[in-house]
Design a protein around this ligand. Sequence first.
Ligand code: T46
Length: 137
Amino acid sequence: MSKNLVKIRTINNEENGCLSFAEINTEIPFEIKRLYYIYGVPEGKIRGHHAHKSLNQLLVCLNGEVEIETDDGVCKESVLLDSPSKGLIVSSGIWRTMKFNKKDSILMVAASDFYSEDDYIRDYDNFIKLMSEGYWR
Ligand code: T46
């Protein structure tokens, strides 16, 4: 199991359904400045293909199934998010893709900072170069 998977606490009541929650310093190791969600993605479509210079994020699949592949320049890892009670921390310096395995999948992301295109590395060779230069060390 990935060391970055976090169990989102869930109150499960057979009569009323479920309520899941995550808190800073317990499940989330950063302050949240932004929340966004990705949905309406065609089945099988892969998004992402980038890394972040300094952004840290928590990914939770609220509905359906999304496969997250992470790559630190040396090791690749694949984690299946198939429950709202599973979260994945994806830190800066990690190349990521998100494959939407099912129609109607919803991926919610809690991010440590506001949106800035300057924080993105969208070229894989540049990512590997920065990694080898010790950008994240
Ligand atoms: C990430 C993965 C998990 C904004 O204007 N504001 C925002 O807050 C975000 C997240 C995106 N955008 C714009 C930037 C692009 O013009 O929305 C467009 C689509 O973004 P992108 O192609 O980067 O989407 P994904 O699904 O490939 O990646 C997203 C996040 O951008 C990224 O930070 O880690 O989800």
